[in-house]
Design a protein around this ligand. Structure first.
Ligand code: URP
Ligand code: ZN
Ligand code: ZN
Length: 479
């Protein structure tokens, strides 16, 4: 299909202008003031609306096998839900079991993702270490378009990476021109606190945040950042939820270190009172890691986003239904960790960010799309509105209102953490690869239409870092 978007105001990370946009063969082919209908193009009336780059959610977990179950949302339903909310690309995670061959896990996730309806890419988690992992990281970067590797510093006894694995993998990422990313929580402390709490009789969801206090996150974020500093590699901290972790990111950035921070829509908007809900199911539905925090952390996170110390927003979309959460009915340590949000990220951030004056519209585009495209090296193909870029666009109606509910969302999960929130500003149309895939509440998606997106490494930058390190190295002393 070819699409002509007429009459809208184009909003990108760096400008706002009146223009029509012509899209065909998957690409944006013309951006101009008054494009005449060339014939055969589906025309979208964007009068009174904004046209922005489609959202990129750099942190999702579709159909993730995790904590004895599998996330209820698969790549088909999850990417469709994303499109309904204006998100046109996700970056999901391949998570090998410890000792599992990396390439085997990668192929498995690629197969699962074939049913995606929007474009997608993968970070690959490093959960263990040996020579084959070292080798396969190279194969993934050089032959499969993977330029980021994830490290879980928590989930002891499952997918947690030890410090040894972290150091080996960060050093390898530097060689390859890839970005290490971390889930920053001290897994040893979490394990200890979980067991202490349980043995004193705390078995309900209220034990979850108590076992993962902000200091546990701050320590791990600081450790990962200092490891990256010593090795000279950039680092990206996923789901920064606590002031202590944000301070570690901010401190390092102020010192000139290349550190990136991601914040979840949920962590910006939901506080820890959800764990004191007397309804077990509702409290358990909010169990995710890191947990929702006391309100003062949200204020800090908004400031971090405004100041540019946090660059991206994500959802960590990882859905478990009520019957899955019930696996931890007697023991909070067994409640599958995860919450949804891929469909709602843009609208809740617009409402609470742009409508409140916390973010300009251009900053909104930056933190929902452009920065992720740049950090993960798919810019300007994604995250921009420019001739030759992928025609992944959202037409945004700033006057539309809706009340978010699990009863009406497209996400395949029976709970919504934003339930009952009324937002002003929503996607009216979503265009993916020059196809109109969502219009006024209706999805028009084709299973498998989404494409795997290769993300090349940053080799020239890393070569330069290595050269600089050689220049800075102390001269050998002659004796
Ligand atoms: O609770 C969460 N976040 N579940 C998904 C796995 C992770 O830690 O990102
Ligand atoms: Zn995580
Ligand atoms: Zn995650």
């Amino acid at each position: 299909m070819s699409v002509l978007i007429k009459g809208g105001t184009v909003v990108t990370a760096d400008q706002t202008l009146r223009a029509d946009i012509l899209c065909t063969d998957g690409k944006i082919v013309q951006i101009a003031d008054n494009i005449n209908q060339p014939g055969g193009f589906k025309e979208i009336d964007a009068g009174g609306q904004y046209v922005m780059p489609g959202g990129i959610d750099p942190h999702t977990h579709m159909q993730l096998p995790f904590m004895g179950t599998v996330a209820s949302e698969d790549f088909f339903t999850g990417t469709a839900a994303g499109l309904a909310g204006g998100t046109t690309m996700i970056i999901d995670f391949v998570i090998p079991n410890p000792q599992q061959n990396l390439m085997e896990a990668y192929r498995q996730w690629r197969e699962w993702a074939e049913k995606s309806v929007s474009d997608y890419s993968f970070h690959v988690a490093i959960t263990w270490w040996d020579d084959t992992v070292h080798r396969d990281m190279g194969i993934l970067v050089r032959e499969h378009g993977v330029n980021s590797f994830k490290h879980f510093m928590a989930y002891k006894g499952a997918i947690m990476a030890t410090d040894e694995t972290l150091v080996n993998s960060f050093a390898r990422a530097l060689e390859l021109g890839a970005v290490p990313t971390v889930h920053a929580e001290n897994g040893e402390l979490v394990y200890r606190l979980q067991n202490d709490l349980f043995s004193t009789g705390i078995s309900g969801p209220e034990g979850h945040p108590l076992s993962r206090p902000p200091e546990v996150e701050g320590e791990a974020a600081n450790r990962a950042i200092r490891v990256a500093e010593v090795l000279g590699v950039p680092v990206y901290i996923v789901h920064v939820s606590a002031r202590q972790a944000l301070e570690a990111v901010t401190r390092a950035r102020n010192e000139g270190q290349r550190v990136f921070g991601e914040v979840l829509a949920g962590h910006l908007l939901i506080d820890d009172s959800v764990y004191r809900d007397t309804d077990w199911g509702r409290a358990a539905a909010h169990v995710m890691s890191p947990p929702f925090r006391p309100k003062e952390h949200q204020a800090a996170l908004w400031k971090g986003l405004q100041a540019g110390n946090l660059q991206t927003t994500a959802t960590d979309h990882c859905c478990f239904c009520h019957d899955q959460k019930a696996m931890g009915r007697e023991d909070f340590r067994k409640i599958p960790n995860g919450t949804a949000g891929v469909e709602n990220r843009l609208e809740v951030l617009w409402h609470h960010g742009v409508n409140t004056g916390r973010l300009t519209m251009n900053e909104f585009v930056r933190v929902t799309s452009t920065n992720a495209a740049q950090i993960f090296n798919v810019y300007p193909r994604k995250g921009s509105i420019s001739v030759g870029a992928d025609a992944d666009l959202v037409v945004w109606d700033p006057e539309a209102t809706k009340t978010i509910s699990a009863k009406t969302h497209h996400q395949k999960v029976d709970f919504n953490i934003f339930e009952g929130m009324t937002v002003k500003g929503c996607a009216s149309h979503t265009i993916s690869n020059a196809e109109l895939v969502y219009a006024d509440g209706e999805l028009m998606v084709e299973k498998g239409a989404g494409r795997y997106v290769n993300r090349p490494p940053y080799a020239p930058f890393y070569d330069a870092v290595k050269k600089q390190a050689q220049v800075n190295a102390p001269m050998p002393v002659k004796r």
